[in-house]
Ligand binder design. Structure first.
Ligand SMILES: *[C@@H]1O[C@H](CO)[C@@H](O)[C@H](O)[C@H]1NC(C)=O
Ligand SMILES: *[C@@H]1O[C@H](CO)[C@@H](O)[C@H](O)[C@H]1NC(C)=O
Length: 431
């Protein structure tokens, strides 16, 4: 794939030396200080989106495993598909896959401990917790009416009590009616609540926030929060400050959203090339160049595939097959190929969209409910690819800029400096 050596043509290492962002450097220095000694544990560069919205009857009833089939927003298409029906666990889940651990409750202590151990064992150092606002606010819940605030508390407590090395970053979800004032209050709430814990990932002493669907607030609103100013909502230099990552979807989101909003960096979330510009790996070199030029941290999102056919039967166009791990490997290779310093995984356990890397097992159809599986590979295939990739990321970073371009995808490392690439190179190096 040319992506790797696109950077060769850009003289990537030179650009990195001269123009690499202060932000990235300080962020890495802080990551280094998170661990004892001078080595950065590679796992703190590997973040996985984590969902705590599952429950089963012993925890008060099913949530999410029984997700309803969602209607299309266009009435014509809506009419062509069933919707509103709920799945019936434990045999009929909303997911195209069946979890090794069965349809579980996110509030189960033992389960949380298993998750933390698994992340540690497979090179994931940071769990990015899907958080839907404080429990008291109207609208602060996901589409299935779940508020995850108490569950996050529990995860943090488990990390504290078990001594797990895994750390938490926040995934701020766009609950209904959220305004910039709410965001400010939310940051105040989280900051106060978790001030004393060592369970949070801290970069420059500050927590890390991924902001999902950040476009739902105009950049001007974000700017009041995130661009240093004297207004009442500004968090810069206050206890509410953090490392904020916005969501890059469309081609121009860098200039039109991330930059004016004042985000410190961005991520792409979707790992299906049909979903957005940002989710297509061939765009990552340009996005990385943009990030370096603007002092932003690019945290590409990698994932094994995408399949939400059960909850959105009309959404076939967005599906991405797993190809026995091939899609996931391609995403990882692209992230490493653009020299990403931090990589986010979509997802550890978003079962409804079929993006999970958590182990799944084959299951015989029951009640007409069928499941895909990771066979002929092991239920741990995606965890294993994660561990290997996490190690590779650590190795690349330890070896500095050297080899950034030669690691190759599928042994195709000699494809350097094609004519397309050199053209792009001229454009970028002129800036
Ligand atoms: C992970 O790396 C090991 C050692 O190189 C290799 O034997 C194994 O097949 C890899 N696993 C996967 C799933 O790629
Ligand atoms: C380089 O810039 C020129 C002029 O702005 C543009 O027409 C061309 O498409 C660019 N090439 C690439 C590869 O971006």
């Amino acid at each position: 794939m040319t992506i790797i050596c696109y950077f060769n043509a850009f003289k990537f290492s030179e650009i990195m030396r001269t123009a690499v962002s202060v932000l990235v450097i300080t962020a890495l220095a802080m990551l280094a200080r998170q661990t004892e000694g001078s080595e950065v544990a590679p796992m703190y560069r590997v973040h996985a989106f984590y969902y705590m919205w599952y429950t089963e009857p012993r925890a008060g009833g099913w949530t999410h495993w029984d997700h309803e089939v969602l209607p299309h927003w266009d009435a014509n298409i809506k009419g062509k598909f069933p919707h509103g029906i709920r799945f019936e666990p434990p045999d009929c889940l909303h997911s195209p896959y069946y979890p090794l651990r069965g349809p579980y409750s996110s509030m189960d202590r033992e389960l949380i401990q298993q998750h933390l151990k698994e992340m540690e064992a497979y090179g994931i150092g940071v769990l990015v917790a899907s958080w839907w606002g404080p429990p008291w606010r109207k609208g602060s819940h996901d589409t299935q009416m779940v508020n995850t605030d108490k569950r996050l508390e529990q995860v943090i407590r488990e990390i504290e009590e078990t001594g797990s090395p895994v750390r938490v970053a926040f995934h701020l979800e766009p609950y209904e009616g959220r305004t910039k004032e709410h965001v400010y209050e939310d940051l105040t709430y989280l900051t106060k609540k978790y001030m004393g814990t060592h369970a949070l990932l801290r970069v420059n002493g500050q927590p890390v926030y991924y902001v999902y669907d950040s476009y739902k607030l105009p950049p001007g609103d974000w700017a009041q929060l995130l661009v240093r100013n004297d207004g009442p909502w500004n968090v810069r230099g206050t206890p509410q400050d953090g490392l904020f990552l916005g969501l890059w979807l469309d081609k121009d989101d860098g200039e039109q959203h991330i930059l004016p909003a004042g985000f410190d960096g961005f991520y792409t979330y979707f790992s299906s090339d049909q979903v957005s510009y940002g989710s297509r790996v061939e765009n990552w070199p340009l996005m990385q160049m943009w990030a370096i030029g603007r002092n932003k941290l690019f945290v590409p999102s990698v994932g094994p595939g995408y399949n939400d056919a059960k909850i959105r039967p009309w959404n076939k166009v967005s599906q991405r097959t797993r190809g026995d791990g091939g899609s996931y490997r391609t995403y990882w290779a692209a992230a490493l190929g653009v020299g990403a310093q931090v990589v986010s995984i979509t997802s550890y356990n978003e079962w409804g969209e079929g993006t999970q890397i958590e182990p799944a097992i084959p299951r015989e159809p029951r009640d007409g409910c069928q499941y895909l599986s990771y066979e002929p590979n092991s239920p741990y295939l995606y965890m294993e690819i994660t561990r290997n990739s996490s190690r590779e990321l650590g190795r690349l970073i330890a070896s500095g800029e050297k080899g950034m371009c030669t690691m190759g995808i599928g042994g195709d490392a000699n494809n350097a400096g094609g004519s397309e690439s050199s053209e792009g190179a001229d454009n970028v190096s002129d800036k």
